[in-house]
Ligand binder design. Structure first.
Ligand code: 13P
Ligand code: SF4
Length: 360
């Protein structure tokens, strides 16, 4: 079998085209915060709701999720947790594909999001009709899609994966002799292709945050901190991944920071993750990987503009009003569920550690 990676031309949406920045709502005055947090805690109880947050959202939301019996985690554990929790309402503080995944797994439950316009450049860069045409053109390939896609794209896939399980799934498919059609992240796909040797045809999407990390500047920063450890999310460009000491999902990077004896870490992923890293390792120094340099975008701030749309004010609002409920075309639920369940079953089979199950 040939080990090749074929590149499809594709124009990705950039931050500058995102409406997101304009919609980031202001944070509450700090004097109003305690009252607002107390109100949300009560609303969660009254509405029989649980808060499921991603590591990239504001620290207030991460802390609130944990303080109220919810979870802050990577996208695999968010899916696992929401699937197993008894609450009638799941509030997802993250981006739209995370809310949609929770809804597909729990169609009988109400899934709310603080802002339904919290998208993801990978999802936006992979329209379902173009993706279907891509699949139709390559019927000999097993279709593996990243979680960061719409329900309609998932409905067309054989497997869904997150960053923490992409490698073992593709390795498994490769060992079975399958050729793979991968979408949408070209960097993660390229990394998985290199690691597994699988024959992968790659959609050319990218994350507007991770695409901005710069390898030359990273080398310079690394040289200033001898003995430091570089932690990289695999949505980053290849040249940055090659400088990493640890490559992994957000949960895996946090675990590496906890377990390492290093005192200084350079982190190439959304800076929302630094809250958890600094809380768990207060004596260690965490630095953001550089985004400035040749080819930098004016919005290279290491923070996802869509994750930033979640805040205490709109969280309280959706709990009070029931607005922003995730709706998915009934015809898409069953076909989109299939690739997600395949992944969750596979995770159980290979005993990938899942978090949150004991908390439900
Ligand atoms: P994780 O699954 O690693 O948390 O990643 C989700 C994501 O959107 C990264 O940009
Ligand atoms: Fe999507 Fe990137 Fe934001 Fe993650 S950080 S949700 S991949 S745009």
């Amino acid at each position: 079998m040939s080990n090749k990676s074929i590149v499809i031309p594709f124009d990705r949406p950039g931050c500058s085209t995102a409406l997101a920045w304009a919609r980031v709502t202001s944070e509450p005055e700090s004097k109003d915060k305690p009252e607002l947090i107390a109100r949300i805690k009560q609303l969660l109880i009254d509405q029989n709701a649980v808060l499921v947050a991603h590591y990239y959202v504001h620290s207030d939301l991460q802390d609130l999720a944990e303080a109220t019996g919810g979870i802050v985690s990577d996208s695999l554990d968010m899916a696992n947790f929401s699937h197993q929790h008894r609450a009638k309402t799941i509030v997802v503080a993250g981006v739209r594909f995370m809310g949609e995944t929770a809804k597909i797994l729990n169609p009988e439950k109400r899934v709310l999001m603080p802002d339904l316009a919290a998208e993801c450049s990978l999802d936006l860069g992979c329209p379902a009709d173009e993706f279907a045409a891509f699949c139709d053109a390559h019927p000999d390939r097993v279709v593996v899609v990243y979680a960061n896609t719409s329900a309609a794209v998932k409905a067309r896939a054989d497997w869904m994966v997150t960053s923490s399980i992409a490698l073992p799934v593709v390795k498994h498919l490769h060992e079975q002799g399958h050729k793979i059609l991968w979408a949408p992240d070209r960097h993660l796909g390229g990394y998985v292709q290199e690691q597994t040797g699988a024959d992968m045809l790659l959609w050319q999407g990218a994350c507007v945050v991770h695409d901005e990390y710069k390898s030359r500047e990273l080398v310079q920063l690394k040289a200033q901190y001898p003995g430091c450890m570089v932690l990289v999310h695999p949505e980053s460009p290849r040249a940055v991944v090659q400088l990493a000491d640890v490559i992994g999902s957000t949960s895996e990077l946090i675990k590496a920071a906890q377990q390492s004896v290093a005192q200084v870490f350079i982190v190439a992923t959304d800076n929302g993750i630094l809250h958890k890293m600094r809380t768990l390792c207060p004596d260690k120094l965490f630095l953001e990987a550089p985004t400035a340099g040749v080819g930098a975008n004016c919005t290279s701030c290491s923070h996802c503009p869509w994750m930033a749309m979640n805040n205490l004010v709109n969280l309280a609002h959706v709990l009070e009003t029931g607005e922003n409920e995730i709706q998915i075309d009934a015809g898409l639920i069953a076909p989109a569920l299939l690739p997600i369940e395949r992944m969750l079953d596979f995770a159980r089979k290979i005993k990938l550690p899942a978090r949150g199950i004991g908390n439900v």
